[in-house]
Design a protein around this ligand. Structure first.
Ligand code: PDD
Length: 284
């Protein structure tokens, strides 16, 4: 099946989908994005993803390029045309194409790109069943990583550092020794007392949609959640650790910097949160 992308009002063959070389997303990372899970052909938590998109655009003083309803139609249409049953849909909006100059262009239409791809559900389930390894890296990102921009170079380098060290994910650690989040996911631990801990969604992390839903799952299961910074030392000594993101939901972390977390197996809370997740996520 040939794949289809949406680019600025047209559905085009994926292999020939293009934006101009002077697109500000390409030149300055002057663009925002969203990644939404697709499950049984439906978008998961699209409302919350579009709310966050609104906030990201607002922070960069960019208008919504089309109505929310129209954007929803495009997202669904790209999923449908690519016959994605399980996977992700990716949306990117840049400030548009203009002569290279840092200042906002006075007249540029935003570039809107949407793609969708299938994910191997069994592979992710297998990862969740064994758990993954993470390594810590210094968090050297800018101060507004709550805005979901495509400026992901530190994340790229962090992920590669993880791979080079034989791990799958990187955990960013701030100047004070506290974990902020993972290269493309939020980071959580379970303390010896059985309390869930994840950093407060301030400017130092991306406020994950999966994270928000996991709060609801935890509440329904009467689990205690503390939103506070936790140190790398606390993570080493934790009973469980895990990450959350739209593409992987909840994935246990069983080793950090080569040290075994808990008993080295996915812990019961991470497993339960993953199992229950889709009872709380919205599908449309
Ligand atoms: N990543 N933190 C970072 C740095 C992320 O890139 C992501 C998402 C998250 C989790 O957010 P959410 O639960 O809304 O997916 C946290 C997406 C999936 C990506 O870049 O592929």
């Amino acid at each position: 099946m040939s794949r289809i992308a949406y680019v600025n009002g047209r559905y085009v063959p994926f292999h020939s989908a293009k934006v101009h070389i002077e697109d500000r997303g390409y030149q300055f990372a002057d663009a925002v994005y969203e990644v939404c899970e697709v499950r049984a052909g439906r978008l998961v938590d699209a409302r919350r993803h579009l709310d966050r998109l609104d906030r990201s655009l607002g922070a960069l003083h960019m208008p919504m390029p089309m109505s929310r309803a129209a954007l929803g139609v495009v997202l669904h249409e790209v999923v449908r045309r690519n016959r994605v049953d399980h996977g992700t849909v990716y949306l990117q909006i840049s400030r548009g194409v203009a002569r290279r100059d840092l200042a906002f262009p006075t007249a540029a239409a935003p570039s809107v790109v949407v793609t969708a791809r299938a994910l191997n559900r069994d592979r992710i389930a297998a990862l969740a069943a064994t758990g993954i390894s993470a390594v810590s890296v210094p968090d050297n990102r800018w101060g507004r990583v709550d805005i979901k921009t495509v400026g992901l170079l530190p994340n790229v380098l962090a992920r590669q550092a993880a791979i080079d060290r034989g791990a799958r994910e990187a955990w960013f650690v701030d100047h004070g020794g506290a974990v902020t989040e993972a290269a493309s996911a939020n980071a959580w631990i379970v303390t010896e007392q059985g309390r869930l801990v994840t950093r407060r969604a301030d400017h130092a992390i991306l406020g994950g949609i999966t994270r928000a839903v996991v709060f609801e799952v935890a509440k329904a299961q009467k689990l205690d959640v503390d939103e506070r910074p936790f140190t790398l030392e606390e993570a080493y000594a934790a009973r469980e650790a895990f990450i959350t993101s739209a593409s992987q939901i909840v994935v246990p972390v069983v080793r950090i910097d080569g040290r075994t977390v808990g008993d080295g197996k996915p812990g019961p809370l991470a497993v339960a949160l993953r199992r229950e997740f889709h009872r709380f996520a919205e599908e449309e």
